[in-house]
Design a protein around this ligand. Structure first.
Ligand SMILES: [Fe+2]
Length: 137
């Protein structure tokens, strides 16, 4: 378990992202309330946009070596989310397979690239804290 606030916060944000995507799947599969599904999709897009930016700032802060690859995956995910929202806005309801595909992509990203980044950041943060305490700053 991580002890620095940035890693904890990033883990918490991933949990929110997955919860929103899971709720989107449930809303899409019931098909009763398309307005609710649209609202959840809007929230997922907005939340993911802010979360990805904050993660990218942390990557820059610690000079993360896989930044470009990770950024490209964020861009792909945002394109998928925006495309789903665009279709949904054209009065075509998000289908259950589309919602499940979004959940699967996010889960895949979080369990691979994000896991590697959080581990890297935790080590970097621990090292930076040790350097600070040795130098007395
Ligand atoms: Fe990420």
């Amino acid at each position: 378990m991580s002890s620095d606030p940035y890693s904890n916060n990033t883990d918490a944000e991933h949990h929110v992202q997955l919860s929103l995507a899971q709720t989107l799947c449930e809303a899409a599969s019931t098909g009763v309330d398309t307005a609710l599904a649209r609202e959840i999709l809007d929230q997922l897009v907005a939340y993911s946009d802010v979360h990805f930016l904050s993660e990218q700032l942390l990557m820059r802060l610690c000079s993360y070596p896989d930044y470009d690859d990770h950024l490209a995956d964020h861009d792909r995910l945002m394109l998928k989310l925006e495309a789903a929202r665009q279709r949904d806005g054209e009065e075509q309801t998000l289908t259950p397979p589309e919602a499940e595909a979004i959940l699967a992509l996010l889960a895949q990203h979080i369990s691979t690239r994000d896991r590697r980044f959080v581990d890297f950041f935790r080590d970097w943060s621990r090292h930076a804290t040790q350097v600070e305490s040795v130098s007395g700053t």
